[in-house]
Design a protein around this ligand. Structure first.
Ligand SMILES: [Fe+2]
Length: 293
């Protein structure tokens, strides 16, 4: 089999065929997928019946797994999945949909906002890999926005203005923007804001991209309302239809995205249905800017 990639939109996202990722891959296959990620930023694989262990093994081809606490209010005891597998489902430990007013569900509703995974960590994530184990027919899509194309389309004055700007990212900001503000002192400490550059350069291709996320709540040295209004303008710009791919899930799809070059969000669905989505994450290897002392 030879790996091939078909473009999905005019600017990014590719559909991969000719590879069974449930089995160990050759070095050439891994290189082809890596090159595809650099070019397309989002890759879709169909009909991949992954077990958790096979998903972990496939993920490790691209770097170390991110397995850190601090990304959710769900406690270790409440977790359905081990720490190296992020639970993107709507389920509790007993595989039952969370109640409408469950605090964990309300927190997870933040995933409906455009974001980049782990941008609230000092070292943000490289790739995310999401496996559709049980999918829903209506809604529950994952939408992606190409932040390289969005950057390229900015005018020169804006590019110059944002070149060295630094934002603060935190789950407190993204959840707060949905009115979810009841956090314990422990959670507030865990979600302490981190700094991220607003413009990132891809280490392989050299392409610049906007590093936006709903976790971004301030721009260092700017008045907060001015920063938030500007970030909202940029987010609106970056999520215009020409920069977006909306993925309708089929069971056993595996989608990889590069968090350094894209944002994503989940769309609304009937949460009385079971939607079992499991994510592994390739850890990033560096901060984007020095952190505050
Ligand atoms: Fe996400």
């Amino acid at each position: 089999m030879t790996i091939s990639v078909r473009s999905i939109t005019a600017v990014f996202a590719g559909e991969v065929s000719g590879v069974d990722i449930t089995q160990p891959l050759s070095r050439e296959d891994v290189a082809a997928i890596d090159a595809g990620m650099d070019r397309y930023a989002v890759l879709v694989f169909h009909d991949q019946c992954l077990t958790d262990d096979a998903q972990r093994a496939f993920t490790r081809n691209f770097g170390a797994l991110e397995a850190s606490p601090g990304g959710n209010i769900t406690t270790l005891a409440e977790r359905r999945l081990p720490l190296d597998m992020q639970d993107a489902s709507n389920l509790d430990k007993d595989h039952k949909p969370l109640a409408r007013d469950d605090r964990r569900r309300m927190f997870n509703l933040g995933n409906r906002l455009w974001h980049s995974d782990s941008s609230y960590r000092a070292v943000p994530a490289k790739y995310s890999l999401l496996s559709g184990r049980i999918v829903v027919d209506r809604g529950g899509r994952t939408e992606f926005a190409d932040m390289r194309a969005a950057y390229d389309a900015l005018d020169d004055a804006t590019k110059a203005e944002i070149e060295d700007l630094v934002c603060e990212h935190s789950l407190i900001f993204s959840r707060g923007s949905l009115g979810f503000t009841e956090l314990s002192d422990t959670e507030r400490t865990m979600f302490k804001p981190v700094r991220q550059r607003l413009v990132r350069t891809h280490p392989v291709t050299g392409r610049k991209s906007l590093f936006l996320s709903s976790h971004a709540g301030t721009i260092v040295s700017w008045p907060v309302p001015e920063a938030r209004a500007f970030l909202r303008d940029l987010l609106e710009h970056a999520t215009q239809p020409q920069f977006v791919y909306s993925h309708q899930w089929r069971q056993w799809d595996l989608v990889i995205w590069d968090n350094r070059q894209t944002m994503h969000r989940v769309t609304r669905f009937d949460e009385t249905l079971v939607r079992d989505m499991r994510r592994t994450t390739v850890a990033g290897d560096a901060t984007t800017v020095a952190q505050a002392a």
